[in-house]
Design a protein around this ligand. Structure first.
Ligand code: MG
Length: 381
């Protein structure tokens, strides 16, 4: 069976209320989707990560001009072989960023299509599921004005708790004074030490400020401290991990097993966060998980995309072993973005819901989703 067609869709939707993380203002939500079809009519969907400031057209152009010629006519059931072909042929101008995000989208679509062909969920093709459901954590606490929003953010914490979330991630990196005021107010508003907290500065600080913030965070029930420094500062990660008791997380801006290998070799992180739609897809994420396992590092994927990327993340989470097995070992969590996104869930006809604070991992063929073509066309540009 051969690959017959590769179609790319760039989706965009402006936001009524732009919001900020530490690196800038997000004014629109966007996605780069790819649809791959076999010569017998099987269809697979994939997505390239488009973070809030990233033009989705870059990955779309890489798929259209660099990857499509490699794919058309190739064996439809060889995602890992095609991953090598795509990576090697883009190595001299790719390796990181949007080109690898493009490979990710294609790879996810190939695994989805393989699941459609074989009638099995992706997690079965990868060796089976360690779990059938996953606990989500709320990602939120974006800023509408910038600094000085402590009351609104404390109220947001109460809303996540009322919605059933037992874990939540606070966006910091808006200046140490503002960050520490916000954290104290959120902890006070929750008044529930059983709720796990994460913080994410999106690499807003250098090592010294990151250390001051980390020391202050040691007072709280922290699951992790995410992207304390820029992704290039692997030694800085290792230094902070050495000096702080708070677990250090990172990896959403790192790519491929090669990039993560450098992190693990340096002892940079307690929690590795590959984004399936950015790190090289399911094939790369599978290999990153194996490297992490050997290094004694937990894997907890990052995801901030549409339902396609979320579905890939759910399949991957099903396959992740716990790095330090015990009766009450911490299980991987699903990042559950609570910020405004006009088409994230509308994109599929079978969206997941929270039940008793958990999400069931889809067990249909491939990614287990049905993409609404009319919604794709509604938002396509
Ligand atoms: Mg992050």
């Amino acid at each position: 069976m051969k690959i017959a067609s590769v179609d790319v869709f760039v989706l965009k939707s402006p936001l009524d209320f732009p919001f900020a993380f530490s690196q800038g203002w997000v004014t629109q939500r966007s996605a780069t989707l790819v649809r791959i079809t076999s010569d017998e009519g099987h269809v697979g969907w994939g997505e390239a990560f488009a973070q809030g400031l990233e033009p989705p057209e870059i990955a779309a152009a890489a798929i259209e001009h660099a990857l499509k010629p490699i794919l058309i006519g190739a064996d439809a059931l060889s995602p890992a072989v095609l991953w090598q072909n795509m990576y090697v042929k883009t190595r001299d101008y790719g390796r990181k960023g949007s080109v690898v995000a493009a490979i990710s989208a294609v790879d996810i679509a190939l695994w989805d299509m393989a699941g459609q062909i074989l009638g099995q969920p992706v997690f079965t093709l990868l060796g089976g599921a360690h779990r059938a459901q996953v606990q989500p954590y709320a990602t939120g606490f974006y800023r509408l004005e910038g600094q000085g929003e402590v009351d609104r953010l404390a109220e947001e914490a109460r809303q996540h708790k009322a919605a059933g979330f037992k874990a939540m991630k606070v966006k910091l990196g808006f200046g140490l004074d503002d960050d520490l005021t916000v954290m104290a107010a959120i902890v006070d508003a929750l008044s529930d030490p059983s709720i796990e907290l994460m913080v994410d500065t999106n690499h807003a600080y250098g090592r010294s400020e990151a250390l001051i913030l980390g020391k202050a965070l040691e007072a709280y029930n922290m699951r992790w401290y995410e992207e304390p420094v820029v992704p290039e500062d692997v030694e800085g990660y290792a230094e902070l991990r050495h000096k702080l008791s708070v677990p250090i997380a990172g990896g959403e801006n790192e790519h491929t097993p090669f990039g993560f290998h450098a992190y693990f070799k340096a002892g940079a992180v307690d929690v590795a966060q590959p984004d399936i739609a950015s790190c090289g897809g399911i094939t790369a994420a599978r290999d990153i998980a194996a490297l992490a396992h050997a290094a004694g590092v937990a894997v907890n994927p990052h995801v901030w995309g549409s339902a396609v990327a979320q579905a890939a993340s759910l399949q991957y989470i099903a396959t992740l072993p716990t790095p330090h097995a015990s009766l009450f070992a911490k299980q991987p969590l699903l990042e559950y973005d609570r910020s405004d996104h006009p088409f994230r869930q509308k994109l599929i006809s079978n969206p997941w819901t929270l039940e008793d604070g958990m999400i069931a991992i889809p067990d249909g063929p491939g990614l287990g989703i049905n993409v609404n073509m009319d919604v794709v066309e509604e938002y396509a540009v």
